[in-house]
Design a protein around this ligand. Structure first.
Ligand code: BES
Ligand code: MN
Ligand code: ZN
Length: 515
């Protein structure tokens, strides 16, 4: 889906004119782009008929008998006082899909009233929504996507054109990053084992100006990452640990003759030189549960158990558009959780990178094991803050349904930062408790800790397991097992992997940069 700023001649050549209609408000009173004289009376008649009132996501089509424009596509945006950027995303998604179904080629649309919603915010949200709503995963389909229209946005005034143009460009980058994350999560385990995830991460990271290093089994053995190694042991596909480091000075282009892969890992040794944010994404490329095998029902969906990793990679794909003044490090511990003769077993004791011993009581609680080593590894950057994203527990969905991810942190200012980014993006977070007491159930008779205790409150118990590895570093954990998959079609989130977290993290990073 392509979205651009309109140029003065756009209205003359467009086959479709889209009108965003506030509920019960006449849409044609004030237009920045000329409207055929035939249109306003038709719109007035439509509204008077009561067949269309501009309720949110309601649509109608008119065909003026005379004039240049072939069709007018009306999309309701609901009442003025409930118009948010999230509504604009939904509206844009609805518009884009409708226009595609109609076979439209060029669509001209005006943003909602600038007095209701800032035009730059609206333009970015519109571009995001149009891209997200029209995305589909077609890697395994014989018939690829049909032609899509180009949507041209008319700025409210000439002086706002540059700001709107920039906002559209950013919205496209962000929307495409979300779709990239969806495609990765949708890719079956067969085609995205850890080594393929690493190859993809390397491509994405390098293209974004990051240094990328993939630690293999030998490297992890040397570092003592017994938790990742334990989880990965049952699969013929070896586990790995992916490191992406992007400095504020990184250009969009790659410098040939730059640092070698080895140098990349060493750069972490330069303590505290550059302020660093670490993003960790759970990268289980398929979760069978291991020896503690999952039931057959819905197991195929567990190809998306690397949605946290996908979100982090989506973020990196978009980073060049943000120009952040700090270093961003992405860590992706990756493994395929399989039962086999060599798989880790209940009762086994694993040793994490910081020496903590973990009695495995359930091999299906594998995500927290990967994250444990990643949190240990993150310490070498002395980061200002760590955020991890993971499809960690089924219990978070029991708590929140599919509408919000769980936010776990004891750091109130950090929670507030993330909540603000959540509100701006519509990637919903809901704060969950992380009291020390949750860790009480994780005591082991033979090791420092068990990986799973069973019992209720599983999402908070899992978070309290992680807290021990985060130490004193500012840290938040996002359990996105609730939001990473949409079970029903939503306007800008078609059924399947949602790409949750990409926009949330990007918005959070931008806000951290003080812009
Ligand atoms: N990947 C799952 C979590 C999950 C479950 C994601 C359902 C999406 C939908 C995770 O590895 C897991 O299996 N968690 C267990 C933990 C339990 C064994 C303590 C769970 O939630 O059942
Ligand atoms: Mn599991
Ligand atoms: Zn899992």
């Amino acid at each position: 889906m392509d979205v651009t700023l309109s140029n003065p001649g756009s209205t003359a050549v467009a086959d479709t004119r889209a009108l965003l209609v506030l509920q019960d408000e006449p849409p044609v009173a004030r237009t920045a782009a000329p409207l055929d004289v035939a249109v306003p009376p038709l719109v007035r008649a439509l509204l008077a008929s009561g067949d269309f009132a501009g309720r949110a996501l309601e649509t109608a089509i008119l065909h003026p008998a005379a004039g240049r424009v072939r069709r007018v596509l009306l999309v309701g945006i609901g009442p003025r006082d409930s118009l948010t950027s999230q509504r604009v995303r939904q509206v844009a998604a609805t518009l884009a899909r409708r226009a595609t179904d109609l076979g439209a080629r060029r669509v001209v649309v005006e943003l909602p009233d600038a007095r209701v919603l800032n035009p730059a915010i609206a333009a970015q949200a519109f571009a995001e929504g149009a891209v997200m709503g029209s995305h589909r995963f077609d890697r395994y389909r014989a018939a690829r996507k049909t032609a899509e229209p180009r949507i041209e946005i008319v700025p409210p005034s000439r002086d706002l054109a540059p700001a709107v143009r920039a906002a559209i460009a950013l919205g496209l980058v962000v929307g495409r990053a979300v779709c990239l994350a969806r495609d990765l999560a949708n890719t079956p385990g067969q085609d995205l084992p850890p080594r393929e995830l690493a190859a993809t991460a390397t491509r994405i990271g390098r293209a974004s100006g990051a240094r990328v290093r993939v630690l293999g089994v030998r490297d992890m053995e040397r570092l003592g990452m017994g938790a990742v190694l334990g989880v990965g042991r049952g699969s013929v596909e070896p586990p790995c640990f992916i490191v992406l480091e992007r400095d504020p000075t990184a250009g969009g282009r790659r410098r040939p003759g730059g640092r070698t892969a080895k140098g990349a890992a060493n750069s972490a040794g330069k303590r505290g030189a550059v302020p660093t944010v670490v993003l960790i994404g759970k990268g289980v490329t398929f979760d069978t549960g291991g020896i503690s095998l999952k039931p057959r029902e819905g197991m195929g969906r567990m190809k998306y158990d690397m949605s946290g990793a996908a979100a982090v990679l989506g973020v990196f794909a978009a980073l060049p558009a943000l120009e952040l003044p700090f270093r961003v490090v992405g860590l992706v511990p990756s493994a395929e959780n399989m039962p086999s003769d060599r798989a880790f077993k209940p009762g086994d004791v694993l040793r994490a990178m910081d020496g903590t011993t973990i009695e495995v009581t359930n091999t299906d609680a594998e995500g927290r094991l990967l994250l444990a080593d990643a949190l240990c590894y993150a310490q070498r950057y002395q980061p200002e803050v760590i955020v991890d994203l993971a499809t960690l527990t089924g219990s978070i969905r029991v708590a929140l349904g599919t509408l919000a991810a769980g936010l776990f942190t004891t750091d109130d200012p950090l929670a507030a930062e993330l909540a603000a980014a959540s509100a701006a993006t519509g990637d919903r977070l809901w704060r969950m408790p992380l009291w020390d007491d949750y860790a009480d159930s994780l005591k082991s008779d033979v090791a420092d800790v068990v990986n799973s205790a069973g019992g209720d409150g599983g999402a908070s118990i899992a978070a309290s397991f992680l807290a021990r590895f985060a130490g004193d570093t500012r840290w938040a954990h996002i359990d996105m097992a609730s939001t990473a998959w949409a079970f029903t079609d939503r306007p800008h989130e078609p059924r399947g992997p949602t790409g949750f977290g990409v926009r949330l993290l990007l918005e959070w990073l931008v806000r951290r940069s003080g812009r």
